[in-house]
Structure formats: C-alpha cells, structure tokens
Design a protein around this ligand. Structure first.
Ligand code: DGJ
Length: 752
C-alpha cells in the first residue's frame, strides 16, 4: 500500500510488516525518514534533524546555509551541499558536474510496469503491489530522474529503480547512476555479504562497519564468483532468528557496486547499482537510461526473515515461465563422468543405468559440437559432431527418450574460440580493443553482445539445435570474465558502455530464446556460481550452484547461497570420490543428503558404482521423489552454520507445516563427544509429528524446544545410511578417512 499525505508531503510505503517513509522537504529534496517495522503514523516530521536551525539562520542573519549533508536522502546528487557518495554523477556539455534534483510530481498506480530491456520482479495481478513514480528534476540542466518504488504488500519487499530522461538539447555523460541509495541516521551495524571464488562461491562474510567507505563490487563483466550483488546491514546482535536486517539485492548480472559510507557524523549511506568503474553512458537529447532494479528487504526476524522474503519473492515473482511452479526433474549429467571423452554408446550406457535408477533427465554436457574433444576449440560452432555422436543428435535424443528420460543439452553461446569456424569468418565478433592483444581464458574469447548481428547469430544457432530434436532442458554456461572490453561498432565516446551493453544484449538473447522455447527448463551456469544472480533467474529458473561437487565444500556453498536465493534455484549433484575438485573421500550417503538441498542430480558414471552404492542411489532417488515438493517449495531454515562449527544442520518445512526434513552433517569425527541435539524450527507447536523412518512420534513443541537427538556414535566416527537405517561403518577404528563426514536425515510427517 502507498499512502501520500498531502498536508505533510510524505509517502508511506507500507507492506504487511514494514514501513518505508519519505518526505518532500521544504527545499524540494526527497528525504528518507524511516524504514523498519510497520507504523501507523505518517507524521515523522519531528524526526528530521536540524529543521529549524537553517530557518533561524535565515531569519536572523539573512544567510542561506542549508546543508543537504545533514539530511537523510533518497536521491543524493553531487556538488551541491552533500559531499557523501552520490547516487548520480553526470558530466554536462559545459564540463560541470554539479547536480541538484528536486521534486516535480508523482503518480501512484496498482501493479508494476516492466523495465525496458531489463529483468525485474513482476506482479500477476494489480492488487499484489502498488507503484509510486516520483519525478525529480535538475531544472538548471533539464534532466529528469523518475524514481520507481514498487511495494509488494504480502512479500514485504520494496523494489527501486531510476530512469533518467535528458530533456536538454545537449549530450549528457552519465558517470554514475546507481539504483538505490538510502541513509541511516546511525552506523552501529555489521555488514553481511556473500563472497567467494571459483569452486568456493557464496561464503557468508560478516564484519563490523568502519568509518569511511567500504564496498563490494564486481569489475569482471559478470556478477561474479568473487562477490554476489547483495549486501545487508545487520545490528550487531542479529542472529538467524532475531534482530533487525536491512538488505539490498540487485537484479543485474554484470558489474555492480554495493557501497556503504559511514560519514563524519556517524550516519551511514547504503547504495547498490551498476558499477561506475569503467562505465559511462552518453545520454543524447530526448533519450532515457533505465537502471536495473534493486530489491530492498527489512526483517525484524533476523537473517532467516530476510532470506525467506527474498526466497519467496524470487521464487514466485522474479522467476517466470512454465517451470516456475513445477517440480524439477532429477537429472544425471555426464560432465564429471566422461568430460570430453564420450560417444553415443558410452552416453547411452550411462543413460540406461540412470533410467533403471529412476532418474528423469539426462544432460549431455560440453563436447558434442564442432571439433570439441578438449576445451581449446569450437565454441561458436553450434553444429553436432557426428564423428562422436554417430547417427546425430536427434537419434541420440530419441533413443534416450525411449528409455523414459528427458534429454538436456549444454551450450556456451556467449563465447568464441580462436580455433573455430566462427572465428575464421568473424574475427571482429569478439570483445577487443584495436591494437591490443586479445587475452584468452580457457582458450576462448567473449563474443561482443553489444552487437545486434552477434546476438541474432546466437539466437539462430541455438534455436536451430533446439528445434531439431526433443530437447527439454538447456544448461547455459559462461566460463570466463571479460578483458579488453571494447567493440568494433561503437564510437570512442561509447566504448565505456560496452560492459553494460553486453548485459543488455545477453538479456535480449535470453528473452527471445526462452519465449521461443517456453517448455524447456533452462539452467544457467558460469563455471558454477559465477553468475548466480537475480538477473539470470528471471530468464532461467535454476542455476548450477558451483563446479565444486564435494559434499563438505557444498555445505558452505549451499548454506551461503540460501541467504538470498530459493533452494529450488540451486543445482546440487552427487559426484564420484575421490572428489574431482578437492580429492576428498566422503560417504555416498553424505553426498546424497548434501545434494538434497535443491535440485537433486548425479554427476558421475553410474555404471561404475558398486552394488552397495547402486542400492543407495536407488534409495536416495526414491526418497527425494517423496520429499521433492517439500524441498523445492517449502521453507528453508539454516540451523547450524558450517562457517563456525564442525556440525552443520538445516531443515525444510512445508508451507502448510505438514512435514519437515532435518539434515545433519558431522564433518570430522571427534572422540568423547557429548550428546548433541538439534532443535527444529518452523513447526506447529501443538501438532504431533511422526518420524517417517522409525514411526516414533513427537510434539512439534518437543522437536523445537527439546530437539532431536543425534545418534551418539556419529561423533565417534560411525557412518550411517539413514535412508535404510543402516550403520555402514561402526567407527572407533584408526581408519580416520572412513570415519569422517557422517550425516543423518529425518523426515517428520504431521499426524495430528
Ligand atoms: C563449466 C561448468 O560449470 C561445468 O559444469 C561444465 O559444464 C563445464 N563448464 C564444461 O565445459
């Protein structure tokens, strides 16, 4: 709901649990008054600092020393009287850069408009949300900024974006235009963010806020493995279930900046948007620039409260299409099973075994096209390698379909290898700077998606493959960052637009392809989680979480990813041991339980499993089918963090509280460990739940207040297969490898 109070000139953006209040100040500037628990009041004038001070100065001394710097603002410019980090920085034709935006008009409407060429949250009917558009103007330079705020009442989220309109007769150079900026009167916060690297994505970082500016950002051309486009300010006392959290997440897949400045008065400013680094945009007269959308979430229920808001909103009002509400298939991917070394015979053997086990989708990964027998050639040549797949792709797809499996295919369409037919024909189609070396990474260059012809080539070549066989899933990969960012077709003054134009080109391609093939399930990937961001989720409802498939590494990666993203969006696979990324040997049962944290699958040669593993795989698949809806559509709770403990636990609870899963992992075996209990959360306290495996019953209150006993011998090194209730390894021997990495999973069903 959005309430405009004419008398007080305030806008009250109210969701079920939160209030966000702004005011058009006497000076015409848009001030930020409040963000937090829902309020009834609209009058927060008393909270504005130094209101009368300047009036007094003016009256008594006839001076005008009004200083914006003392006020919490929504759209701070630069060069007037606020010298903190601006949301906007422009260069005008006369070389000046001072801006001062003031209120002109506003409108409020039901629902939400699309953002031109950019992914964004949406409404399904107009009653779900209201939108406020406030037009601010710098009248000296004739440029308008339309700030859009959409209030999702029941999701408890507010989205923001900015559209600039050049109404002058001159070019304006945009040096910086962020999507959201928000001032807090205090700075007693800690910063929470997700940081990592290839194979170590989304590790949770939490650190005190210092004076000065601190930021996280990507300059890599993609949202990146290194930092996720998300930042939160949390009170120092915040836990998973308690306390105040203020968060911003950016619906964008390219270079971003999340910036926090603590100023000399101990107030702080939080911002998020396109990274101004190596970015400018030439805004011609009568043209517009639209920023990506920032999603703002306040929680008074700790970090879990914030995560649930993002997860629910992103699962239902960001992810789109036919697969949004459908259960996702259990898949087998051949990458770690074969790498490039396969032919149709080997592939069909793995697929047949997968079908015997009850797996539902076979995914053929890298290596099926061009001359690609290793990673040094052929990206761009999207035609089937019939020397490898004798009989062609359609024949293989039909054969696999006849085994009762859907068929999925890997692409890396944004890339070009210097050794490829495409490069011979179009050496100018990659990002490059004339006269400079073209730096390859994984033997490949990045196609210049700022060019229309390149985008159309990708759409055509991918569509041709997808139209010629019954392909029901696509893994859309992207395996390098951008260097020498430049485009042949753009003028010198537009060269610093290329990284953003690339992302706009990518979104154009994804929109076209996903609309053309609405029944295909798309999974995005960027060497694992290098582009696990809300922008990609708008087009592709799931993401390959990490190239690291080690169950123990995945505890941290999946735990961290869940801070913002819904579990239904995470690809999680059981792979072989010793693990290919870290060489760790973990029990098959633990690999299964760790992978039952999102979209479940296997990525190993099933034909090489021993009999015990085969039985375990079958049991895992059967069990996952039983709990699939709970995992994919339930609420996820983080119970015990892998970042500060040897024991890790998480839980899924059905939205209607009718069932729950609790998963527990003990990393290293430890002697003489005391009894451990894990307390469930999110259940109905007055209901009775039955442990599906043992038949024992518990009150919801008992499970949440007393907890679940973890079998004692797990700590001394016992390895369980909790699905069959077997102790696979009794522990207490000197074989330390076998005794580590145990796990357990419980399934509770409400019986009354
Ligand atoms: C990187 C991906 O993350 C892997 O899963 C695999 O698809 C390879 N690329 C293939 O080249």
């Amino acid at each position: 709901m959005i309430i405009f109070n004419q008398e007080k000139s305030t806008f009250h953006l109210k969701t079920a649990k939160t209030s966000y209040i702004m005011k058009i100040f006497d000076s015409g500037h848009l001030f930020h008054l409040y963000w937090g628990n829902s309020l009834n009041t609209n009058n927060l004038d008393y909270s504005i600092p130094r209101q009368n001070w300047y009036k007094e100065l003016e009256k008594n001394y006839d001076t005008n020393e009004f200083q914006l710097e003392f006020y919490p603002q929504e759209f701070p410019g630069y060069g007037a009287t606020d010298l903190r980090s601006p949301i906007i920085e422009l260069e005008f034709a006369d070389g000046s850069s001072t801006t001062d935006f003031k209120y002109v008009k506003h409108k409020i409407y039901s629902g939400k408009h699309k953002l031109d060429g950019l992914p964004a949250t949406y409404t399904e009917n107009n009653s779900e949300a209201q939108t406020l558009e406030i037009t601010l103007s710098d009248t000296i330079k004739n440029i308008d900024a339309i700030l859009s705020f959409t209030v999702f009442d029941n999701y408890n989220a507010i989205t923001r974006s900015v559209k600039l309109i050049n109404k002058s007769n001159h070019n304006i150079k945009i040096q910086r235009i962020l999507s959201a900026s928000l001032d807090f009167k205090e700075s007693n916060f800690e910063i929470l963010h997700l940081s990592g690297a290839w194979a170590r994505e989304c590790h949770i970082e939490r650190m005190p806020l210092r004076k000065g500016t601190q930021s996280i950002e990507s300059r890599r051309g993609a949202s990146s493995h290194s930092q996720n486009p998300f930042i939160a300010l949390v009170k120092p006392n915040v836990t998973e279930n308690y306390g105040e959290v203020y968060a911003m997440s950016l619906v964008y897949s390219g270079n971003f900046l999340a910036n926090i400045e603590v100023d000399m008065y101990y107030s702080c400013r939080m911002q998020i948007g396109i990274n101004p680094f190596d970015f400018t945009w030439l805004l011609k007269p009568n043209s517009t620039f639209q920023t990506p959308e920032a999603v703002l979430v306040y929680s008074n229920d700790g970090i879990t409260g914030m995560s649930h808001t993002y997860q629910n909103l992103y699962a239902k009002r960001l992810i789109r299409g036919n697969w949004r509400d459908k259960a996702r298939p259990i898949l087998i991917n051949n990458w770690e099973a074969t790498y490039f070394d396969f032919d149709e015979v080997k592939i069909k053997k793995i697929a047949q075994e997968a079908s015997n086990f009850g797996i539902e989708l076979f995914v053929l990964d890298d290596g099926w096209f061009g001359q690609r027998n290793s990673d040094d050639c052929s990206l761009g040549d999207w035609f089937v390698n019939e020397n490898k797949l004798h009989g062609g792709l359609k024949k293989l797809v039909d054969d696999i379909n006849s085994m009762g499996l859907k068929f999925g295919l890997w692409f890396e369409p944004e890339m070009i290898c210097p050794v490829s037919e495409l490069y011979k024909k179009h050496p100018d189609w990659c990002l490059h700077v004339k006269g400079r070396k073209r730096s390859t990474a994984r033997h490949q260059l990045v196609l210049d998606l700022s060019r229309k012809d390149v985008c159309e080539y990708i759409i055509d070549s991918v569509s041709t493959i997808l139209s010629n066989a019954n392909i029901e899933y696509v893994k859309w990969d992207m395996n390098r960052n951008m260097n020498e960012i430049g485009s042949d077709l753009l003028a010198p003054e537009n060269q610093r637009e290329v990284a953003h134009r690339y992302i706009l080109g990518l979104y154009y391609i994804l929109e076209k392809i996903t609309q053309k093939f609405p029944n295909i399930l798309f999974e995005s990937c960027a060497s694992g989680g290098g582009r696990f961001d809300p922008g990609m989720l708008y087009y592709m409802p799931q993401t390959w979480t990490s190239d690291n498939t080690d169950a123990i590494e995945r505890l941290k990666i999946q735990y961290g990813t869940s801070i913002v993203y819904p579990n239904i969006a995470m690809g999680c696979h059981v792979s072989a041991v010793p693990n290919h990324q870290v060489s760790r040997i973990t029990p098959f049962s633990t690999r299964g339980i760790a992978a039952m944290c999102g979209n479940f699958g296997y990525e190993l040669d099933l034909t090489k499993l021993n009999n015990q593993e085969k039985e375990q795989a079958k049991a895992q698949i059967k069990f996952y089918k039983m709990i699939r809806n709970l995992i994919q559509f339930g609420d996820f709770y983080r119970l015990q963090s892998p970042f500060n403990s040897n024991e890790v636990a998480w839980s899924f609870v059905a939205k209607d509280k009718s069932e729950a899963i609790v998963s527990f992992f003990r990393v290293l075996a430890q002697p003489n460990h005391p009894q451990v209990t894990i307390r469930a959360v999110g259940l109905e306290k007055n209901s009775i739940y039955q442990d599906e495996r043992t038949g024992l019953t518990y009150g919801g209150d008992e499970l949440m207040s007393v907890g679940i006993n973890i079998p004692d011998d797990i700590f001394q090194g016992a390895i369980y297969d909790s699905l069959s209730n077997k102790v696979l390894f009794a522990g207490m021997t000197n074989n330390s490898i076998k005794g580590d990495y145990s796990s357990f999973i419980w399934h509770f069903i409400k019986i009354k």
